[in-house]
Design a protein around this ligand. Structure first.
Ligand code: SF4
Length: 376
């Protein structure tokens, strides 16, 4: 699929009549050589290019801070959860398929930065073999089709995925992870065939969920709302996973407005992720947990029950950990999902420092109090 957009700095300079300083341009080119830039034309128009602090620009335009190599390229332990090329099985009930390395735009904060837009051997090669694996594992109740962005693929390919997965009786629902409603919503509204396919396979017995990724209220345009409306009218349930990002949405008003607007568009606010300590991402995007918790709680004070259904989560290699509360210098955490099933629901606490941004930065309090609190 050809999406109109910009891959070169000079194209941006020409299109939006801006000048990038030569020294900065040299550094940005080094960044782009490693992690390509692609800014869809539609999305580029949401940016105020004269404002260096424009929040949407931070998401999609490269930064010299990406030359910082602290962090890791695989913070969620995806390599160790890969059971076949492109198929991960971390949580008992969920299979994750990486079907493409391409997206409609390349987010600078992407936690799969190691593979998006660049050659990779991590995407599915033999889809039918992946389907066989899922068939052989009745404990898998749902599949997440991800990437990259699956909706970048031709509609026929998407139909093949859905038709094959729909033959597996123990699958109760299918999720598609896509940022298309944010980057190129016309892909949904203008492709009747795609909508028909979604309608065909999203049934009362096996619903299709589209998990999207709005980070800022500016992204919820009329076109984006229309794409969500089309999905809903064709039987798809739309939910949102946002990421808390420095200089993008790191204040209670922005988070509160984002959640309110999502609900008004018909989207379920699902997760707000703590930014992972990803290489070339962590330094300029991650907010300390202490500050993140403050932002989330202040935002929740402004929201009704529907808009505050989201959980503030660290997606750690051991599981999805909810940030439940902070009292003094102690942080309370809970395994919402865990790689080791016995940990699910376990509550624990750690010593918090003002700079800590990830579970691994937190210190033990003492051996006794670090033990999990039993729930039954
Ligand atoms: S659309 Fe999703 S997978 Fe693609 S770069 Fe953005 S966050 Fe990563």
């Amino acid at each position: 699929m050809k999406i109109p957009g910009y891959s070169y700095l000079e194209e941006i300079e020409r299109a939006f009549n801006i000048k990038i300083q030569e020294e900065e341009k040299k550094k940005l080119k080094k960044v782009i050589e490693k992690h390509p830039m692609f800014i869809p034309e539609y999305y580029a128009k949401l940016i105020d290019w004269k404002n260096p602090d424009d929040p949407i620009k931070q998401i999609i335009f490269p930064s010299v801070d990406e030359l910082d190599l602290s962090g890791s390229y695989d913070t969620s332990g995806e390599k160790e959860n890969t059971v076949l090329t492109g198929l991960q099985h971390k949580y008992k009930e969920t299979a994750l398929l990486l079907v493409t390395n391409r997206c409609a735009g390349y987010c600078r904060h992407c936690f799969r930065k190691r593979l998006v837009g660049i050659p990779t051997d991590e995407t599915v090669k033999l889809f039918d073999r992946a389907v066989e694996y899922i068939k052989e594992h009745p404990e898998i109740t749902n599949v997440l089709i991800s990437g990259g962005d699956p909706l970048i693929l031709p509609t026929d390919v998407i139909e093949y995925f859905l038709s094959e997965l729909s033959k597996i009786n123990h699958l109760k629902f299918i999720r598609i992870g896509s940022r298309i409603p944010v980057f190129y919503p016309m892909r949904i509204t203008e492709d009747r065939k795609l909508l028909e396919i979604l309608s065909k396979y999203s049934t009362p017995e096996r619903r299709i969920y589209l998990v999207t990724h709005f980070n800022h209220p500016v992204e919820i345009t009329d076109e984006a709302r229309r794409s969500i409306d089309s999905l809903i009218r064709h039987g798809v349930i739309v939910s949102n996973q946002a990421v808390l990002l420095k200089k993008v949405n790191d204040n209670p008003d922005t988070i509160a407005t984002l959640m309110k607007e999502l609900v008004s568009a018909g989207v379920v606010p699902y997760y707000l992720f703590q930014c992972r300590p990803v290489k070339r991402v962590k330094k300029h995007f991650q907010i300390p947990l202490k500050e993140g918790y403050r932002i989330v709680e202040k935002a929740k004070q402004k929201l009704d029950g529907h808009a505050k259904r989201f959980k503030y989560i660290m997606s750690h290699k051991t599981g999805k950990i909810e940030i439940v509360g902070i009292i003094g210098d102690e942080i309370y955490l809970k395994y919402h999902q865990a790689k080791q099933p016995s940990k699910v629901g376990k509550l624990f606490k750690k010593k918090l420092t003002p700079e800590a941004g990830w579970l691994d930065d937190l210190k033990p309090i003492n051996t006794k109090s670090e033990k999990f609190v039993e729930v039954n």
